[in-house]
Design a protein. Structure first.
Length: 230
């Protein structure tokens, strides 16, 4: 005799929270996320279906397997995971639980999801992030990204928060979370719609230009010193 789980038919998809690493495709044309645990090897899109990480043919979420997307009920529970050293560069996701799901005490395991909002934490220097920059690791065909401020981006591969949202598509919102406001925050506070995003893009371009000018100046100084000794 097989026990059946109680069936739920909510009027709206349940909301859940999780953490993940943002990723950018090698050619820079697509954006998505990769998990922090079992399914971390399989990047997923904003609107995506789960597959069994073990390669089995059943549909997630199977009762006798731990496949499928995972999330927790409470935002605070997901935020707590960001305190660990290995998850400091992850972002907080608010998701809609779609398709079949199994409800647990702390969260869901489910078949499909839509990522509605991604919240990027502060840059490693403590400043509010304006971009997602190359984190120094990745998956085949995908670069992992980490929150970064304009001053720390330098020449690393990066995209602004608004650009990441556009590349990911499906109506994703990407917002900056906690951190020390950047020096230009007062310029964006009273701006019209669209000004904060444009200001962030300009700050990234200026930071890269400043970095390249510094490198050129150093090369020029070395060249001058070499010429004098000759």
């Amino acid at each position: 005799m097989r026990l059946r789980l109680p069936a739920e038919r909510p009027a709206e998809p349940p909301t859940g929270y999780k953490i993940a690493h943002p990723v950018l495709s090698q050619d820079g044309t697509r954006a998505g996320f990769t998990g922090v645990s079992l399914g971390g090897a399989l990047p997923y899109g904003v609107l995506d279906e789960a597959s069994c990480v073990y390669g089995r043919r059943h549909r997630p979420p199977a009762r006798l397997c731990d496949c499928g997307f995972h999330c927790v009920h409470e935002r605070a529970a997901a935020e707590a995971l960001l305190c660990t050293a290995e998850h400091r560069e992850a972002v907080l996701l608010e998701v809609s639980v779609l398709g079949a799901y199994i409800r647990f005490e702390r969260g869901f395991r489910y078949a499909r999801q839509r990522v509605r909002t991604a919240v990027a934490g502060a840059c490693a220097c403590g400043t509010t992030a304006v971009a997602l920059a190359d984190a120094g690791w990745g998956r085949p065909g995908w670069r992992a990204l980490a929150p970064a401020c304009a001053g720390c981006v330098r020449a690393r591969t990066s995209v602004s928060l608004a650009s990441f949202a556009r590349l990911a598509g499906e109506g994703l919102r990407v917002v900056a979370g906690s951190g020390t406001p950047p020096p230009y925050a007062e310029l964006t506070a009273a701006g019209a719609p669209g000004v904060p995003e444009l200001t962030a893009e300009a700050a990234l371009l200026q930071a890269r230009l400043d970095w390249f000018q510094t490198q050129l100046a150093r090369l020029g100084e070395r060249g001058s010193q070499g010429g004098g000794q000759g």
